[in-house]
Write a protein that binds this ligand. Structure first.
Ligand code: NA7
Length: 532
């Protein structure tokens, strides 16, 4: 469908947020249209097709709960779903609810300007199309603006290169090739074991070692699925009460790591390690609050690394010294053991940084590497990057990038003062990446459509956060973060991975309390918003 026309609601993005927004807006009788840069639905799972890409949230949880028929019908095959399976799920949802008729694909939004006279958003695409909507909803993902470090010489590279978050659907053939992977966050940690099995030689360029725990991925047993499907709504409800909106089957152990004996501590860490996944950080209640407790968990993982990796020197270089969980914990399948392979070499680019990409490969301050392929697993301009790449202008032509020059400022992570009728699904200042994203998305969409209905039944043209409510919210989000160890390391949560980006902790920890606040705001007639 080509992009033109006037709508009640315009949506940017057709990943999990945009898809449900389209569906929900329709259910509320709104004329809605979504614009999507990709060639089909899926968002993150459309773009991140790199080898080994897999969700780090369990599949029975990382799925929509808005339709009981959907959650009963869909069958997940593995504990953690692979990228192709999640993309197949997105395709199924789009077909089942006939979403594609209200989505324009391969349509990149260039600008969105609020027309104050008409109280409408005017959206222009790269192809020059123009659309308008009373409401603009951004559903552009928290990890969608790929970050490729500006190494000099990339344009001269004679081989093939790709960023993990822009992986071609046709894939890359690594057989018989010398491959370099730059970056050891989740994308590197997931792809490195798979690429190592295909390439002739793999160089892993590591700047900061990551903490990763085993996924212990496996086929889902029919029994497990049956037990959840017997009362899926109750399972969803239990998860929504968890701090991260997931993991109710193995919740936080509400005990300090410092309050138990060394043997008991080891036993509990081991139990979580054996179960696998992000729940490791729930071994004790103070791992992300108390540096001494955190160090105990970090030391446990370092011991595991030394046990798995045969060469003590390589093991030493793989051992992180930073706060565990401060950067997002990775979940892997065979990552550390990959470094026991003869065809894999770990290169420390903290000690000797990459200086340039050459025609033949790349060069560090110490050595030149001949490469046929370079994989950039170098992450994203997270949380705000996708928004700031669109020229968004609010009242008086104010660019969003100016309003956020000192870091993102929102109310509830849903609205921005000076930008009326703009809603930001999983925006900065909301739980987003610190929660199960699908649950976070559904909560936002339900809140937004409820809000729009409230406005329309009362004949309100515009809604916009007050500056006071927004200031108080920004302070609240920072206070919550300051209560934890999160602000102490250079993570993408803080924008610290992007040169020049203002260091502000962007997501909000604590899904259940956040939901309560959103519901209270709505119940009080959208307290903290000006309704005009
Ligand atoms: P991440 O977690 O941001 O990881 C990016 C990696 O790339 C990380 O190891 C970086 O090292 C490394 N990097 C970035 N720039 C450079 C340069 N210039 N030189 C060397 N190494 C570099 O991104 P991912 O895609 O892996 O994961 C993002 C999220 O997706 C993940 O947390 C999950 O939620 C899913 P650094 O640590 O900055 O030293």
């Amino acid at each position: 469908m080509s992009a033109h026309g006037d709508f009640d609601v315009l949506v940017i993005g057709a990943g999990f947020g945009g898809m449900y927004m389209v569906h929900s807006a329709r259910q509320h009788g709104l004329r809605v249209h979504a614009l999507e840069a990709g060639g089909d639905v899926g968002g993150t799972w459309y773009w991140n097709r790199y080898p080994g890409a897999r969700c780090d949230v369990e599949s029975l949880e990382y799925s929509y709960g808005f339709s009981d028929d959907l959650q009963q019908d869909w069958v997940w095959t593995e504990r953690y779903a692979s990228q192709p399976e999640i993309l197949a799920y997105a395709d199924h949802v789009a077909t089942r609810f006939d979403l594609r008729r209200d989505i324009s694909f391969t349509t990149t939004v260039r600008s969105a300007t609020f027309d104050e006279e008409r109280s409408r958003w005017i959206v222009r695409t790269e192809a020059g199309e123009e659309l308008s909507g009373q409401f603009l909803v951004t559903a552009i993902g928290c990890l969608s603006a790929a970050n490729i470090p500006p190494f000099p010489g990339l344009e001269h590279f004679g081989g093939e290169w790709q960023h993990t978050g822009r992986w071609p659907a046709t894939g890359l053939d690594f057989s018989g090739k010398r491959v370099g992977v730059i970056g050891t966050g989740s994308s590197g940690v997931q792809s490195i074991p798979v690429i190592a099995g295909q390439a002739e030689k793999l160089f892993v360029f590591q700047r900061t070692p990551a903490y990763t725990v085993p996924a212990h991925n496996r086929a889902l047993s029919g029994e497990e699925e049956k037990a959840i499907k017997a009362d899926y709504p109750a399972f969803r409800a239990a998860n929504r009460l968890m701090i991260t909106a997931m993991g109710s089957r193995f919740p936080l152990n509400d005990v300090s790591a410092l309050a138990v004996s060394p043997d008991e501590r080891e036993r509990l860490f081991e139990e979580r390690w054996e179960r696998g996944g992000l729940g490791f950080m729930g071994s004790f209640n103070d791992l992300l609050i108390d540096a001494a407790a955190n160090e105990l968990a970090a030391a446990f993982v370092r011991n595991k690394i030394r046990t798995i990796v045969e060469d003590p020197d390589v093991a030493g270089r793989l051992c992180p010294t930073t706060t565990i969980g401060c950067k997002r914990l990775c979940v892997d399948t065979g990552y550390y053991a990959t470094f026991n392979r003869d065809n894999v070499e770990l290169v420390d680019v903290a000690a000797a940084p990459i200086t340039e990409i050459t025609a033949a490969g790349l060069r560090t301050t110490e050595r030149a590497f001949d490469l046929d392929c370079i994989v950039f697993a170098t992450g994203f301009d997270a949380m705000t990057g996708a928004l700031s790449r669109i020229d968004i202008r609010g009242r008086g032509g104010m660019p969003l990038t100016d309003a956020w020059a000192e870091g993102p400022r929102t109310y509830l992570g849903l609205g921005v003062a000076g930008f009326p009728n703009l809603f930001t699904i999983t925006g900065p200042g909301s739980p987003s990446v610190l929660a199960n994203m699908v649950v976070a998305v559904e909560q936002h969409v339900d809140w937004i459509t409820g809000c729009i209905e409230h406005l329309r039944t009362r004949g309100v043209r515009e809604i916009e956060p007050t500056a006071e409510a927004q200031d108080a919210w920004v302070t609240f989000v920072a206070d919550v973060a300051d209560f934890t160890l999160f602000p102490t390391c250079n993570s993408w949560y803080l924008g610290a991975n992007i040169e020049g980006k203002r260091r502000v902790f962007m997501p909000l920890l604590g899904f259940p309390e956040y939901v309560e606040q959103c519901e209270r705001v709505a119940a009080k007639g959208y307290e903290g918003f000006a309704l005009i």
